[in-house]
Design a protein. Structure first.
Length: 371
């Protein structure tokens, strides 16, 4: 299983016998890539993860907080920068004094945005707001899932997915989700993988704050860090790969919408949405400074056998589309349990040769009411 396969798994699973034993997993999280990349700008210091010492209980039905927050004009320190202002929906006139562009939004608060902020992102936010209003968090600390990964009918490894305790990132309280992929013992003789993904999501509105991928494989190592500054609607991306002695580096800064998910957090976001006949959701996915549109569509309820028992499930189809070009980036089928937990039970993705399949083989429930 080459690294291309793992990239596909990230797209699939993290919006992603002779098998590896679960005891091979460690409970350690990835190294903090903010430190690994030795970022010199002090504005990135806030993205270091610290322990959350606040209260832990939040009512389950608590509404998510709108990520669009009020900003004052004097917060912008570039006096010559042209700005785009979002104001009350009933106001449509254009200011001649400061040349700010007025955009209609369904809010009474103001937000100052750079003039080159993409118009499409404002449209995404308007459409996404209704989706976020339907969302209720459905993830609890201590929850662990082990998913067996098969390729061409052969068990290639396992992914252990875990909901960890809350932390503080960028001054915000955040959910902490982690995933650890290890290749099967016998498969490691062909190609070895020991890869970790971490994502940190704002508890107020379920918007990602920080994402990291650490790959340690037979012929390469990769560090991938993505920071999401929700106040400035900016993402920062750093990438470092060492393969066959050759070092490749990349970095990028770009705008992001007010509402979005990353490859991993999207799996938990879907769990908190109404899933039934007629439900179809399309929302932005931010990865490596780029925007994809993810569509998650309810297909049907059915009964499948998981862990030696028949289980009623919700079948969903997910599709990634590259905006503008409308180019499809991948189609995946998911099966979630049809109960209040909505745990991921199974997934399947077609690739150029065959398909990749994942199936739940071990599960530990989280502690409800602890967030």
């Amino acid at each position: 299983m080459k690294s291309r396969l793992f990239a596909t798994l990230c797209l699939v699973l993290f919006f992603s016998s002779c098998a590896s034993k679960q005891g091979n997993f460690t409970d350690q999280v990835s190294p903090d890539l903010v430190k690994t990349f030795d970022l010199k700008d002090s504005k990135f210091d806030k993205f270091k993860v610290v322990e959350d010492k606040g209260k832990t209980e939040v009512p389950k039905q608590e509404k998510t907080k709108d990520p669009i927050k009020k900003a004052k004009a004097n917060d912008t320190k570039k006096p010559k920068e042209k700005l785009k202002k979002k104001i009350n929906k009933t106001t449509t006139e254009k200011s001649q004094k400061d040349k700010t562009k007025v955009v209609m939004v369904d809010k009474t608060e103001e937000e100052i945005l750079p003039e080159d902020y993409p118009e499409d992102f404002l449209k995404y936010d308007k459409e996404s707001k209704g989706i976020w209003e339907k969302f209720v968090p459905n993830a609890w600390p201590g929850e662990e899932s082990v998913i067996q990964i098969s390729y061409l009918g052969v068990t290639a490894g396992h992914i252990k997915v875990k909901v960890r305790n809350k932390v503080k990132v960028a001054g915000k309280t955040a959910y902490h989700f982690s995933a650890h992929l290890k290749s099967a013992k016998y498969y490691s003789m062909i190609y070895s993988l020991d890869d970790k993904i971490e994502t940190y999501v704002d508890t107020r509105n379920f918007i990602p704050i920080k994402y990291s991928l650490v790959q340690r494989e037979s012929n390469k190592s990769v560090d991938d860090l993505q920071l999401f500054d929700l106040d400035s609607k900016t993402t920062y991306f750093w990438y470092k790969r060492t393969k066959k002695g050759k070092l490749t580096k990349r970095e990028k800064t770009s705008f992001i919408p007010g509402y979005f998910q990353d490859n991993f957090s999207a799996l938990y976001f879907v769990r908190g949405l109404p899933l039934g006949p007629g439900n179809k959701y399309t929302f932005p996915l931010v990865t490596r400074g780029k925007i994809l549109l993810m569509t998650m569509k309810f297909v049907k309820t059915e009964t499948i056998e998981i862990m030696d028992r028949n289980t009623e499930v919700i079948k969903l189809e997910a599709e990634m589309i590259l905006p503008g070009l409308m180019k499809k980036k991948g189609k995946v089928t998911f099966w979630y349990s049809n109960d209040e937990v909505r745990k991921l039970l199974k997934f399947e993705a077609k690739v150029k040769i065959g398909s990749i399949e994942g199936e739940l083989v071990d599960y530990k429930a989280g502690q409800k009411g602890k967030f």
